[in-house]
Design a protein around this ligand. Structure first.
Ligand code: 2AL
Length: 257
């Protein structure tokens, strides 16, 4: 099977980190392809960044209609339900996948994310996903996404300290890493703290493999049915759904490039 990973931000180096984390856990028969969004923000850290990322995300799915499943590799899970409307293949968000995985291995978990403003987005997801009973707290280290890789940000040490606080203060039994750019930190933190540390990229890949293995597709009954064909105006004109296609809806031929 092939799982197509989409980094909905436009930073290629981050896509490489994400793809590496995915390939480390993928089963022998699973091929991981990875794409960086062609439009939108260099990092997604707020509601506006998220909204602007959705067209690039849909474009990335449209370009790979043959994938067996898709993973949206950004912790805000931007455009998750829109993507599920657009294709019949399973679509996994990394926040959703990580929180569910954490709830299987601990009665309570903490999320450790990047910026303070991003913390609110994660809190909204906790509630939307029905995870409020399992998530004890969402914490932020106040490091921008693109600074995670910069040694001067001391990201590793600061994230580790926040995870220690989650264990001591929140009494959490597991940690959910709240950014796709933290995908390479799982082992580092787990080795030091000896509790389950969940990277959503890895969790989403394994859940995607399970769903494909079960032969499950996204339901096309009700609100996740393919988008209705209709007129779209302005800069979205090229994204007007034309009706059902081969796994994904056909977009208008006048698509703006
Ligand atoms: C993210 C992420 O995973 N990628 C990105 O650009 N922003 N999320 C976050 N919580 O900082």
């Amino acid at each position: 099977m092939r799982i197509h990973l989409i980094n909905p931000n436009t930073t290629e180096t981050m896509t490489n980190t994400i793809a590496e984390a995915a390939r480390l856990v993928a089963a022998a028969g699973t091929e991981i392809s990875a794409a960086t969004s062609k439009s939108g923000a260099a990092s997604i850290e707020g509601h506006y960044d998220e909204a602007m990322s959705v067209v690039g995300l849909i474009e990335a799915i449209r370009e790979e209609p043959a994938a067996d499943a898709y993973v949206i590799a950004c912790f805000g899970d931007p455009g998750l339900l829109a993507a599920r409307e657009f294709t019949a293949a399973p679509v996994l968000g990394i926040a959703e996948a990580a929180m569910h995985a954490a709830s299987f291995v601990a009665t309570g978990f903490s999320v450790v994310t990047t910026l303070e403003r991003t913390r609110v987005i994660a809190e909204h997801l906790v509630r939307n996903y029905g995870m409020a009973q399992h998530c004890r707290r969402v914490r932020a280290v106040d490091i921008p996404v693109l600074a995670l890789d910069d040694p001067s940000s001391m990201a590793r040490a600061r994230i580790l300290t926040e995870c220690e606080a989650a264990i001591a203060e929140d009494k959490s039994g597991a940690i959910v890493l709240g950014c796709a750019g933290m995908a390479d930190l799982t082992k580092y933190i787990e080795d030091r703290l000896q509790i389950p540390v969940i990277d959503g990229v890895a969790a989403a890949v394994k859940f995607a493999e399970a769903l494909v293995g079960l032969g499950l597709k996204t339901s096309k009954r009700g609100d996740l049915a393919f988008p209705l064909p209709k007129i779209y105006r302005g800069i979205t004109a090229g994204y007007a759904p034309q009706g059902e296609g081969d796994g994904a809806v056909q977009l208008s031929a006048s698509r703006i490039r």
